[in-house]
Design a protein around this ligand. Structure first.
Ligand SMILES: *Cc1c(COP(=O)(O)O)cnc(C)c1O
Length: 400
């Protein structure tokens, strides 16, 4: 959890700026804020770092996905192609917007493959909601070509992929819009927070309005502003924005340290564990290096290795059985348990999530093990972890 590793004086200073004025609200009140506009400053830093023309900060990554979908006009009974391997937030965003998630297969990039997206397209497909899982980009060239050919929108949930690039361009900027999260577990954190971003000025305006009850944000009298569309409250408060400002300034340093530590770990495993293979990276240079992902030969071996690592106290994650990151455990989704009626409940052509077969994804995620990289590790610490992982993996293979 790199962002939290570097929480310190810089964050305190930014938060103090806000506490001293007491102006916790991001809009208006120009004379009461001692010149501090933390949400705006966060957005500017985000635009500078990613190269986005427009960034709009909101209250969470989930909110950012919701605003991105609103900006792209994705809603009632629109089919959206999704991945079965993701934190569940984007699936919820599609459902609660009235959309219909259609699941396709991941490949060894751990992201949706262009071929599986193409196979999932129907006359009702409106968009692909691509997730760049674990800090590395999907095969964007292939996926963009499929979207173009079939005239469907590409939206990117880069919730876990701030600091991730594909061929020199930040992820989230390869389609119509992108979203990232600043929750507690991401590369940089504001406690809670998110950003939706785009190069399209009209979509940016919708993001701003949708996240704040439709407010146009024109003029200096909030109560008298026009409301071109309906919206909701996804606003980011100035306290969280202040933390995000300090964290944005640390992002590149964190990314560089991640890369340094991941490289050491990966080289050790590559040399000393001949029976594993590594995640396929369509752009290795653009990796934000938040995770090292590798595959065992079979799902059974991966489960045994995960058990062994847990027993040995070695920090290796097994996503396949995680309640929130892989479709197998989403029984609330499979039963379509919602507090209120959604479009999907009477959508006749929906995939039967209970009968859904995704053999490729089952095999790939079943064989997957992940190590979360820490940016603050010393070289000795990385090597100690490598020793431990290597010992646990060899112990498993020796008895299986
Ligand atoms: C974390 C995450 C989100 C949600 O972010 P929150 O800030 O926790 O709402 C969305 N999408 C992906 C891919 C994520 O990993």
């Amino acid at each position: 959890m790199p962002g939290t590793e570097y929480f310190g004086e810089e964050e305190k200073k930014e938060v103090n700026d806000v506490l001293e004025s007491g102006m916790l609200f991001r809009y208006n009140h120009d004379n009461q804020r001692n010149g501090h506009w933390k949400a705006r400053e966060f957005e500017q830093l985000f635009e500078e770092y990613t190269g986005a023309k427009h960034a709009h900060a909101v209250s969470s990554g989930s909110a950012a996905v919701a605003c991105m979908m609103a900006a792209a006009g994705i809603g009632y009974k629109d089919e959206v192609i999704c991945t079965p391997f993701t934190f569940i937030a984007p699936i919820e965003a599609v459902l609660f917007a009235g959309g219909i998630p259609v699941f396709a297969e991941v490949d060894e990039t751990l992201n949706l493959s262009a071929a599986s997206i193409e196979a999932a397209i129907t006359p009702n497909t409106k968009a692909v909601l691509l997730i760049h899982m674990c800090g590395a980009a999907a095969d964007l060239d292939g996926i963009k070509a499929v979207c173009k050919k079939h005239n469907i929108k590409l939206l990117e949930d880069a919730g876990q992929a701030l600091g991730t690039f594909y061929k020199g361009k930040h992820v989230g900027l390869h389609g119509e819009a992108g979203a990232v999260s600043f929750d507690f577990f991401k590369i940089t954190t504001a406690g809670e927070g998110g950003v939706c971003f785009t190069n399209d000025t009209e979509k940016y305006e919708i993001m701003g309005q949708f996240s704040d009850h439709g407010h146009s944000h024109i003029g200096d009298n909030r109560g008298m502003e026009s409301h071109p569309i309906m919206g909701f409250n996804y606003r980011l408060g100035e306290l969280n924005a202040a933390v995000a400002v300090a964290q944005m300034r640390k992002l590149e340093m964190i990314r560089e340290n991640n890369i340094k530590n991941k490289t050491i770990l990966k080289e050790r495993l590559r040399k000393e564990v001949p029976f594993i293979t590594f995640r396929c990276l369509p752009d290795e240079e653009g990796d934000s290096a938040t995770f090292l992902n590798f595959f065992m030969e079979t799902p059974e071996l991966a489960q045994a290795a995960a058990n062994q690592c847990a027993k040995d106290g070695v920090g290796v994650a097994y996503w396949y059985t995680n309640m929130y990151h892989f479709i197998n455990q989403w029984d609330h989704l499979k039963a379509l348990k919602s507090p209120y009626k959604l479009a999907i409940h009477d959508y006749e052509n929906r995939q039967d999530y209970n009968a859904l077969e995704l053999p490729k994804s089952q095999n790939i995620i079943g064989r997957l093990l992940s190590v979360g990289i820490r940016a603050t590790w010393t070289e000795a610490e990385v090597n100690k972890l490598a020793d431990d992982i290597i010992a646990s993996l060899h112990a498993v293979v020796a008895v299986n």
